[in-house]
Design a protein around this ligand. Structure first.
Ligand code: FES
Length: 74
C-alpha cells in the first residue's frame, strides 16, 4: 500500500549512528584536512563515523555487500 511505509522500516541503511538526529549531515573544508588522504565512511557502520575505520570489510564479508569509503585528497 502506498503511503504506509515507515521511515524506520527494515532495510534502512543506518543501523546505529546518531539516531536521535532527523538527518545525519557532515561537512568538511578540504583545505583543513590534516592528512593528504582521508577516508569517509559510506557503510554507516564505522565506530569513528563520519570517518572510515575499516568496519566495511567485516560488513562485506558477512553480507556479500561491496561497500567502501569515500576517499578525499587534500
Ligand atoms: Fe564504513 Fe569503511 S567503515 S566505509
Amino acid at each position: 500500500r502506498r503511503g504506509s511505509v515507515s521511515v524506520r522500516a527494515e532495510g534502512g541503511i543506518n543501523p546505529q549512528i546518531r539516531k536521535d538526529e532527523t538527518k545525519v549531515v557532515d561537512s568538511v573544508v578540504v583545505a583543513e584536512l590534516e592528512k593528504p588522504l582521508t577516508a569517509y565512511c559510506r557503510c554507516w557502520r564505522s565506530g569513528t563515523f563520519p570517518l572510515c575505520d575499516g568496519t566495511h570489510v567485516k560488513h562485506n564479508k558477512a553480507t556479500g555487500d561491496n561497500v567502501g569509503p569515500l576517499l578525499v585528497k587534500k
